[in-house]
Design a binder for this molecule. Structure first.
Ligand code: UDP
Length: 337
């Protein structure tokens, strides 16, 4: 059994990873300021320290209170549009929080560090599927902040021997198949939850951002990867960090689905039409983003288990239909492991 520090463990991807760690019997200490995260999303077997990770004194206290076998770092600003309005805050916070956390891990003698990263590193890709050799050319301050953080970790590795990993997620989607956790962002900007909310009458009609792309149906194609599969990828990469560092992986299903295919899937799964209207393109959206996870599969044995769009949508739909207000009307006992 091992013990891990998980920043942002009350957030969407972080909480699913905490659940997976608890399920395999690991101890977990979550540090989350609950600005975006939800107390009810933290599996009860995990310790929750409510703190801002930029508070270095609190971080030192956390490292003094527990001995960790690794750090998983999820807490970050992550809205592309917001990052273009406040680029300096995004870069300052995301980079410095990652690097001071890595520095604290080094001082505490904790040898493994895994950070969540993004397909936004690749900007407008030159070809798809996108593998780890693709050119890194972020178009947003958010993407650049993650690239700079990854580069900082390269230095932690070179100078201090910290073994680091970064997982570049494509479109994280879905919810725990047993209904113990789900997706609840405020504001919500992602396609699947917005479309489900529209279909359930919980939100406005969906605007399709552009229908004149060079794709078969004119709408953007993305690689939706189930959050439980993402969690499994983290556990495998964490284990691989025992032996080696410098791990950088793209994580996706390897299959692309258009916006219209997502809406059709919601209809097929739920029987409900998604009210929608055609709108303008969203700035900076590439037509197609699909991951090659071949390296991750080869080196860790990972493979997506929930790889059909309908399965992904079904888990997202079930959670939102059961908890229309998200974690506000969520019974925390459901999340116990
Ligand atoms: N999208 C859309 N309407 C929305 C939100 C998203 O048409 O209200 C499209 C968006 O242009 C992209 C896809 O859905 O092609 C996925 O967007 P999301 O924001 O979920 O993830 P991203 O690809 O930006 O990481």
């Amino acid at each position: 059994m091992a013990r891990y520090l998980v920043t942002g463990g009350a957030g969407y991807v972080g909480s699913h990873v905490v659940l997976a760690l608890r399920e395999r019997g690991d101890d977990v200490v979550v540090v989350d300021d609950l600005r975006q995260g939800h107390r009810q999303a933290v599996s009860p077997g995990a310790e929750l320290v409510v703190a801002d990770i930029s508070d270095r004194r609190r971080l030192d206290e956390v490292f003094a209170s527990w001995k960790f076998d690794g750090v998983l770092h999820f807490a970050a600003l992550s809205l592309v549009g917001e990052s273009m309005r406040e680029p300096l805050r995004y870069i300052a916070e995301n980079v410095s929080n990652t690097l001071w956390l890595a520095e604290a891990a080094v001082r505490a003698g904790c040898g493994r560090f895994l950070m969540s990263s993004t397909a936004a590193l690749f900007g407008l890709p030159e070809s798809v599927p996108i593998d780890e050799g693709a050119r890194l050319q972020p178009l947003s301050a958010y993407g650049d902040s993650k690239l700079m953080a990854e580069k900082g970790l390269d230095w932690a590795e070179r100078a201090h021997g910290l073994r680091t990993a970064s997982l570049r997620y494509f479109n994280a989607a879905g919810a725990d198949p047993q209904g113990r956790l789900g997706e609840d962002h405020d504001p919500e900007t992602h396609l699947i939850p917005l479309a489900i909310n529209a279909a359930l009458g919980l939100g406005p009609a969906l605007t399709i951002f552009g229908s004149d792309y060079n794709t078969p149906d004119g709408t953007c194609i993305r690689d939706y990867v189930h959050v439980t599969d993402l969690a499994d990828a983290h556990l495998r990469v964490l284990d691989r960090l025992n032996a080696e560092g410098g791990l950088r992986y793209n994580v996706g299903n390897g299959q692309g689905y258009s916006v219209r295919e997502v809406l059709a899937s919601i209809k097929a799964v739920s029987g409900r039409e998604v009210p929608c209207a055609l709108g303008a393109r969203r700035q900076g959206d590439p037509a197609v983003l699909v991951a090659s996870s071949a390296k991750l599969q080869r080196e860790t044995g990972w493979a997506p288990r929930y790889d059909s769009l309908d399965e992904i949508v079904r888990t997202a739909w079930s959670w939102r239909a059961a908890y229309p207000q998200g974690y506000r009307n969520f019974s925390p006992t459901v999340a116990s492991v």
